[in-house]
Design a protein around this ligand. Structure first.
Ligand code: CAA
Length: 285
């Protein structure tokens, strides 16, 4: 699909609406100013992910990435039963080893794009987040869950292993011994346990999850997009390098925030006891 992404004069919201209509497996919409939502939409099979779904997700991420109006991205699944019940097992059943490697690599590239976006990404887990679904949530900056959510990496039960980052992101999040237990047993983790383990940020009653996600997103739209982008890049990069290097990176990023306009606006607003407001990233330059 060709997308007219380079032209900054485009009405991005209309472009998104026009292109989003063409997706079969994803719903992409602007919920309110600055807040966009990707919804994985294959409810009959609990939003399981096949190759086409990942391709559409990539196109969505192109649209999000090139749209200066996006301040926060929400990710969720259609229906009230599942966020995503994993990679599509019927699709995977016919894959050769080589095709499976390609599918895993493509899934990993796609999910890594969530941490490369400049804006915060919030996973709203409304039900089963299994296998690729748990991995999708782990790729987001925040995970909020309903009290009916259920997380697992059950690939071992299919005699395979996590292929969209679970074996690595779960370890980084929970530590090796717990992650290895979860990947080897494939056991279910309900919301209350997920909260205790630090797998999710917050748990809400199922009927207030969407509003809680929106409220979190609204709060983030009032922060400096410049600071949020710098925080996101620094913290993701810092996670994978030695502490002394990460601290150097922190000082450099700290300096970068001082070079931008937003900190002047924010510090003056503090001194004036007023409310600062910030423009979108591309519009500040
Ligand atoms: N792939 C394909 N279809 C799936 C699916 C999946 N991951 N998960 C559910 N479905 C389909 C079911 O086959 C069923 O389809 P039919 O109505 O045509 O029979 C439909 O969704 C509803 O599912 P169930 O009838 O099974 O619903 P349930 O309430 O009894 O159980 C469930 C729900 C516990 C989530 C169960 O469906 C299940 O265990 N799903 C598979 C979960 C799984 O193993 N995920 C990991 C996949 S491997 C992976 O993700 C690899 C990777 O890292 C990339």
């Amino acid at each position: 699909m060709q997308t007219p992404l380079a032209n900054k004069e485009f009405d991005h919201t209309n472009t998104i609406n026009a292109l989003a209509d063409k997706f079969e497996n994803i719903r992409l919409e602007c919920l309110e100013t600055g807040i966009y939502q990707i919804c994985i939409h294959r409810p009959k099979i609990l939003n399981a992910l096949n190759l086409q779904c990942l391709e559409e997700l990539n196109t969505c991420l192109d649209l999000i990435d090139s749209n200066p109006d996006v301040r926060v991205l929400l990710v969720t699944g259609a229906g009230d039963k599942a966020f995503v019940a994993g990679a599509d097992i019927a699709y995977m059943k016919q894959l050769s080893a080589q095709a499976a490697e390609n599918f895993s690599a493509y899934g990993n590239q796609t999910f890594s794009r969530f941490s490369q976006l400049k804006v915060p990404v919030i996973a709203m887990v409304n039900g089963y987040a299994l296998g690729g679904g748990c991995e999708l949530a782990l790729s987001c900056d925040f995970i909020i869950a309903s009290d009916k959510a259920c997380f697992a990496q059950p690939e071992v039960n299919l005699a395979i292993l996590p292929g969209f980052g679970g074996s690595q992101r779960l370890t980084r999040r929970l530590g090796l011994s717990l992650a290895i237990e979860l990947v080897m047993t494939g056991r279910n983790i309900k919301s209350d346990e997920a909260l205790k383990l630090g797998l999710v940020n917050h748990v809400y009653p199922a009927d207030s999850l969407n509003e809680a996600g929106l409220e979190l997103a609204r709060g983030l739209t009032h922060k400096s997009p410049y600071a949020l982008a710098a925080i996101k890049q620094l913290m993701h990069q810092g996670e994978n390098i030695p502490l002394d290097q990460a601290l150097k990176l922190e000082s450099q990023s700290f300096a970068l925030t001082f070079a931008g306009n937003d900190r002047e606006v924010a510090m003056q607003a503090f001194l004036d006891k007023s409310q600062a407001s910030f423009r979108s990233l591309q519009k500040t330059s």
